[in-house]
Design a protein around this ligand. Structure first.
Ligand code: URA
Length: 231
């Protein structure tokens, strides 16, 4: 029989140490190795918790005076798709969760229409406290709050961001361009691809625009499936 050469000997040594290591792990009760995506989720989860802690009981802008709850964001910390709205309304302020009112119910249907659930995506807003009488957020409020959204997006690292409505799209993209011109296409944004579409509250008032939103959602679905394949 041929004697093993040096490389073969080294290979056998490595294999035997690996076997010893795995046996010792088994004896200590380790039954499997964590999958890559599990590790990432835990890490992203922790990062989001850290950002939430940093935000604290925020008093960085005047909106804290009348809010009931900070609406931080909900969903999957490892989401490939993040929806960004404007800011909490009355129901969101009460529950401390984004998009739980009438517009939120429509958003849930929109998400389901592309074979996803709210639990699979992440949902947040440009600002985290309800403006009085649901007025538009003011520049100082956005300046105080948007950095936290950016940190959330940087932690989640979604492939796709869907900006819901004029306000979210214009704020994220730092433009005055109309939503009708911004929607319907992917625009590079940080490390993601951003697509803007009409806000669900606008759709409740203008149901004839649902067709446009459906076109945007089909683009999102296609890109989502493509990016899943690349993972
Ligand atoms: N509208 C938004 O923009 N965000 C919400 O969370 C609810 C309604």
């Amino acid at each position: 029989m041929k004697h093993p050469n040096r490389i073969e000997q080294e290979f056998h040594q490595v294999l035997s140490s690996l076997q010893d290591f795995l046996l010792s792990q088994k004896e200590q009760g380790v039954l499997g190795l964590p999958l890559q995506h599990q590790r990432t989720t835990v890490n992203k989860d922790q990062q989001l918790e850290n950002i939430r802690s940093e935000l604290g009981e925020c008093t960085r802008c005047k909106l804290h005076q009348h809010r009931r709850h900070i609406v931080f964001g909900t969903g999957n910390p490892a989401a490939q798709l993040v929806f960004v709205g404007e800011g909490p309304g009355g129901e969101e302020d009460v529950q401390g969760k984004p998009f739980v009112g009438r517009a939120g119910q429509l958003l849930t249907k929109i998400i389901n229409s592309i074979d996803l659930t709210r639990e699979e995506v992440y949902i947040a807003n440009i600002i985290k406290c309800r403006p009085p009488n649901n007025r538009n957020p003011e520049p100082d409020e956005i300046k105080a709050c948007e950095p936290f959204l950016i940190k959330q997006l940087d932690a989640i690292k979604p492939k796709i961001i869907c900006a819901l409505g004029t306000f979210a799209a214009q704020t994220l993209l730092e433009t005055d361009e109309r939503i009708s011109r911004l929607r319907g296409k992917f625009i590079p944004y940080r490390n993601s691809r951003l697509i803007a579409t009409f806000h669900p509250a606008f759709l409740l008032r203008n149901p004839q625009r649902k067709r446009d939103v459906w076109e945007d959602m089909k683009m999102i679905r296609k890109e989502y499936v493509r990016s899943e394949r690349l993972c």
